[in-house]
Structures are given as C-alpha cells and as structure tokens.
Ligand binder design. Sequence first.
Ligand code: SF4
Length: 441
Amino acid sequence: MRALQKKFYIETFGCQMNVFDSERIIYIMEKEGYVRTSDPECSEIILINTCSVREKAENKLFGHIGNLKSLKIKKPGLLICIGGCTAQNKSAEIINKFPYVDIVFGTANINKLPDLISERLLKNRSVCDTGDFPETFDYLYDFKRQYSFKALLPIMIGCNNYCSYCIVPFVRGRERSAGFDQIIKTAEKLAGEGVVEITLLGQNVNSYGQDLKTGHENFAKLLSEISQIKALKRIRFMTSHPGDFNEDIIDVISENNNIMNHVHLPLQAGSDRILKKMNRHYTSADFKKIYYMIKEKIPDCAVTTDIIVGFPEEKEEDFLKTLKLVKELRFNRAFTFIYSTRKGTSAELLEDSVSADTKRLWFRNLLELQNKISLEENMKLVGKKLKVLVEGYSLKNNQLEGRLENNLIVNFRGDEEMIGKFIKLKITDAKSFYLKGKISE
Ligand code: SF4
C-alpha cells in the first residue's frame, strides 16, 4: 500500500551508524511518497531510531516513548514506529510496556519498513519484526545522502570483540565486511556525485576483511585504495580498536594527504586489571606503543579517545593509572562516561562495586584534567591559518561551522553559499571543545 503525502517525523539517538541508518530510513520513506516534517505534532508517522549502548539513555528513551501516548490519544491514526538497537534487543519489552506502539523493527530490516507499515495498516495490531542479519550489503548502498558534499559509508557491520560492558555484538551481530570492490565502486560513485569527504564506518573498522577469508583484504589496503580516488579530499574512519590498529594503517595515513590526520582510539581504562575485566584484548603498554607509533610517523595527528570510569571492581589505584596515562598521552579530546550496568552483557555478572559518589568524583576529576589538556592543545592553533570544510550553521549561535582536518569544529561568520566548500580561516580563539576563527586570505 502506498501512502500519499503522509508526513513522517524521525528522531535519531546514538552513534554514526544510527545516523547512517536514519539516512536510509528517510530515503526509504521518501521513496514511498512520505514527506519529512520537523514537527511530530503534524506527522502521521513517528519514527524513533534508538540506541542501547547505555542503560541510562535507554531509560530516558522509554520515558520518551511513554510521552508519545498523549499524542497517540489525540491522534489515534498516528503510527509510532520504534527501530534501532533497543528495538532489536528489547522488542517484546517495548510492545508489552507500550501497547500503543505500532511497529518495532530491528537494525537488520530497515528496508522492510514500507511492508511493515502496510501490514500494520491492514491488521489492527502491533507489528514486530527484528529479522535476521542480511548476508549482502547491496541494500546498504541504495540510499540518498543528507549532505551533497559528505557521506557516511559503512564498510562492515557488527563486532566480534565482546567487550564485557558492550551490547553492540548482541544488537548488530558478528562482524560482516562488505566486499572490497563494492566499497571502492560506491566510494567512486559518491566522489562522482560531488562528495568530497567520506567517513568509513564500522564498529571496529581496523578488523575489516577478516571475515572475508580471501587472506589479502584488510583495512590498510582498503584505505590505501580509497585514497587513490583523488576527488575525495577528505577520508575519515571510525571507530578503531587498539588491539587491531597496526603500523600498516599508520603508514597509509602518513603517505596519503587525503586521509585525515585524526585517529579515534578508545582507551577505556589505564589499568591493565580493568582492561582485562573489560575484555579489551590489550594492555596499557600495547596502547602506548600504538599511540607513540602514530605520533612518531604522523606528528600532527590528533588522537581522541573514550574512557569509562567506575567499572565494576575498579579501585582508586586503577583510576589513578587512567589519570596518569591521560596526563602522559594528552589526547586532543576524550569522551568520558560513568559506567552503568548494561543488561545482557557479561559485566552484568560483576559486582557494580564503586559507589555513585565515587564514580561522580572520578568523572569530575577526569573531565577537569581532560578539559584543561584539550584547551591547552587547542590554544596551540590560535593564530594559525587552517583549512575547514564548511558543514552548516552552528546550533549554538548564528555562525557557520567548519571542520578542521583534525576533526575540530571552528565557528566563524560567513555566507550560506560557503556550505560544502573548503575555506581558509585564521584561528582567533580556542575553547576546550571548539575554536573560533575568521575568514583569511
Ligand atoms: S569493540 Fe567493544 S566496545 Fe566497540 S562495539 Fe565491539 S564490543 Fe562494543
């Protein structure tokens, strides 16, 4: 059944993979004749693309779905559709808790959405389909991008690492790599359409190709091949895993100017005891070895990281090791999180022994230290003339925002027609999380 000019509203939570999935949802809905709206009250279909990485975010999300009940009472014909990782993981719970939810769909069957909507309209009951993980990637590359000048390109889906705190392998499945030629062809097509920046996506891009069993396809080779597409001026990738990051990847980055000098390398903890409990497959010494190899071969490479504080059985001496490592390595930015138990993960079996007060104290100490380091590193750029790719307007003020090679955002005054173009800026001020600049000759 094809709906005419019905409006849909979409909200996205979580990581870049979810952002990409939402682009596909928007494409599929528009292809079916639906029109996107930014006002949920005006829509006939509400789609929520959920994230389940953190329990707190999931609880907030359940509160959010609860709030939609009043809208459903006001507009009984409204369809509420819940997709993404939480839908994949907790479909039965969602249907039981929120019987007014119409459709629950998983991460693997976004392309079935129009059929699920038709099914819901024909049958007077909720529809739930979390499906099997598909074997091919063809469906992934059939989509319209949100931006004309930059694109996300998944190269693999799923994860085999089973970090003890993480739900991703359970909601995205085991690692499946897209075919090497298929990725190159898609990257060439995007470049031909005017895309200048591409971000290769995967839960652990560094292990790309390991499941293809050809024995000669790996991430370094893929990155090198994509960098030969000269119309692509900026190539990024995320996320990396320190256990799989290697010298070949570093060499490819250092040899090709269109691969950005930025690596996001999640440390998670500075204590080997805690890293082992997290099932991270590396020690702090392994992490340092990779970090210093990056800095030696690419001295101006920005390194950002993720850190969890208050992991089960973490003691003060463990936390102090994290602080010491942060002081030594001076990450450009760290995304810091307070640990909370994630149901269904193996860390759930460990005693959540660190008190809430201690977690908050450690979090504050770490944040204070990292903010200081980020600000000091960012201040080094003040006075320099640097190139940004202008991405759009800042949500905070009426200024444009552009992204530097090292992934930092610069706010500046400029014209709308600069969006999608490279502009040279003089950096005039620095904050911990962004810079200010003005247009330079
Ligand atoms: S590497 Fe670990 S943290 Fe990252 S997605 Fe895989 S299991 Fe989760």
